[in-house]
Design a protein around this ligand. Structure first.
Ligand code: GLP
Length: 243
């Protein structure tokens, strides 16, 4: 595990964006595993800026996102498809047909999960997986559980997760109760993982995830077992790690 300490949120975003752009420069047709949430917004902004300056070219890149809410259409303001379109894809030269998210509107959720696993496999796996960290240690939407769920699956979102994500909806009732998420196996099979964490409110959970026991009760803790994990976090998020 390599921990890169950033001075601030902006510094974290630039450092993480540097890792992603290096990946794209080294392998122009790489498969990027992408994430949503507030933490990664600054990374996408930085990458857009470098794209506009001509420093990075996404024309060959394929992408797979971690997760999507069930029963929110792709054009719903809070769907992760919409998030990716407006915060990243529409501002760079990635080909839209090369961007993939689970389809939360699929008729058969189970077959959609199989389709997504087959898709990732067909792409040859993920070269670089970007991750944020949920307040309860979730990665993607892999919520605390009794066992690690390996494959793409439908998950009942925990109250703490729905509360955290309620800030984007008019009220908490509107936050979907279910989501489709990539499983732990697909995430762990990524050749490299980039975990980005910012802010004092994530300091305790980050410490547990990186130094506590590896347990499905804290899904992110499995990342300790990854041979090529890069953590980019700001000083506030890392504060308890060095005390
Ligand atoms: C959501 C997403 C996760 C993300 C997490 C943290 O639940 N499914 O992929 O990492 O939120 O989000 P934030 O960065 O807004 O704290």
């Amino acid at each position: 595990m390599r921990i890169i300490k950033a001075k601030s949120y902006g510094d974290m975003s630039r450092k993480a964006a540097n890792v992603i752009s290096a990946q794209v420069i080294l392998k122009s047709n790489c498969v990027l595993g992408l994430a949503t949430g507030a933490t990664v917004l600054g990374i996408y902004e930085q990458l857009i800026d470098w794209y506009q300056k001509g420093d990075v070219d996404f024309s060959g890149v394929r992408s797979v996102n971690l997760d999507e809410y069930v029963k929110l259409p792709g054009d719903h303001e809070q769907s992760y498809r919409h998030y990716m379109d407006i915060n990243f894809f529409h501002h760079i030269n990635i080909r839209m047909e090369n961007t993939n998210l689970p389809n939360g509107m699929a008729e058969g959720i189970e077959s959609e999960c199989h389709r997504y696993d087959a898709l990732i496999e067909g792409l040859g796996g993920i070269d670089l997986q970007l991750l944020g960290l949920g307040h309860n240690g979730h990665i993607g939407f892999n919520e605390p559980n009794e066992a690690f769920e390996k494959l793409t699956h439908c998950v009942q979102l925990k109250d703490i997760t729905r509360k955290a994500n309620a800030r984007y909806f008019q009220d908490e009732d509107q936050v979907p109760k279910e989501a489709i998420t990539m499983g732990i196996k697909s995430i762990m099979q990524a050749k490299r993982i980039l975990l980005c964490v910012s802010g004092a409110h994530k300091a305790e959970i980050l410490k547990q995830v990186l130094t506590g026991p590896v347990t499905p009760a804290l899904p992110g803790s499995i990342l300790q077992m990854h041979p090529n994990l890069i953590v980019v976090a700001d000083e506030e998020a890392l504060a308890l790690l060095y005390d």
